[in-house]
Design a binder for this molecule. Sequence first.
Ligand code: UGA
Length: 432
Amino acid sequence: MKLCMIGTGYVGLVSGVCFSDLGNTVYCVDNNKEKINNLNNGKIPIYEPGLEEVLKKNYKQKRLIFTTNLKYAITNSDIIFICVGTPTKKNGYSADLKYVFQVARELKKYIKKYKIIITKSTVPVSTGDKIENILKNLKRKKLIDVVSNPEFLREGEAIRDFIYPDRVVIGSDSKKAIKKLKSLYLPIIKKTSRFFNTSRRGAELIKYASNAFLATKISYINEIANLCEKTGVDVKDVSLGMGLDQRIGDRFLRAGPAYGGSCFPKDTRAIVDTANSFKSNLSIIKSVIKSNNERKLILTKRVEKILNNKIKNKKITFLGVTFKPNTDDMREASSLFMIPKLHKKGAKIKYYDPSGIKKEFYKLKNVKFCNSVSSACIKSDLIIIHTEWNEFKSINFKKIVKKSKIIIFDMRNIYSPQKMKKDKINYLSIGR
Ligand code: UGA
């Protein structure tokens, strides 16, 4: 099939590359010329394991086209995916849909024969109705169907999630569109996943309800971890014991720092805002947002307590600063809260992240990037494991720190407290 992905951000690029690998011709469009030039020169704007190889293979075979020419891409495609960003609006909770509606207005100019228009961007329930309203003349002439097909990819695991999805959700009541999309997804739905057809509004809400539920699971276990610390219980045992009940499941029950990323924080805010506009109160999700914000402060306070509230001139190391491993994404990472707070109190911070130096810390005088675990940890007063990159899972701290007193605060519960005790390392973790 001939597809067009509008927007080469995370969702658009990964889905476009993966669709081309299934044998489709995919036009990836972006209005950012530099990005398109880079992609045409094999430079990938995001860090995603495995993406580069698949992209280069399909680019060579001419199944993947990167262009800034929207008209050309639309005219040549049968199915158009809207994959532009829907960030939180400034000073509020609502999702900013200006890019989505801009695209809809552009589509209006170029569509002359039947096309399926799909929102893959995460959009509040009823956005599809608004897009259809912009395109009402085309709809009346039966030249379009507007469908919702939300994306459930995780950063760092995106290719695998695309090939082996738990479900493919299609929100539409058009038999023609559903049939065509079923055959587009056939190579992957034959595997394990379910092809689930529902209303357009239903599909839009499934996306938000899923992300908000996962965020709730994380905040829930984080609060249980606080209780574990007070009661001498290991939160890992609690997660496991709870998760053995198949109704609960143990995934997304890992306690840690506040959840971050480009999705959970933004989507929990947006669903609360959408509910408000429909005069519905999502009190649980509101509490999750509050709990997650407070978590950043709780953990920063804990760091201060570990150092007896004497932060000035203390050498603090951060291992990992991204919101999760296998990505270079810093959006809403809890390190963006902790590092400036500790820096302001006089700490001298060194950090190492396998995805490289971060511009977010350029302006902080005493925050320095190191290019290895050992150079970041040497002579440190406190080592904080902030992100669970594989590289941090078997470090010989005694060998690299070069100090008799080693303190580690492991925010991802990677190491065994018993083993650390044996090695005479002062080891603190989460909910244990
Ligand atoms: C999330 C969802 O998992 C995807 O299904 C969804 O498609 C995506 O948002 C999106 O809407 O685009 P992502 O933001 O890439 O994916 O990352 P996750 O793996 O879900 O992690 C989010 C945050 O939760 C991270 O900060 C991670 O460290 C934290 N987390 C996750 C925990 O603290 N504990 C856990 O048990 C799991």
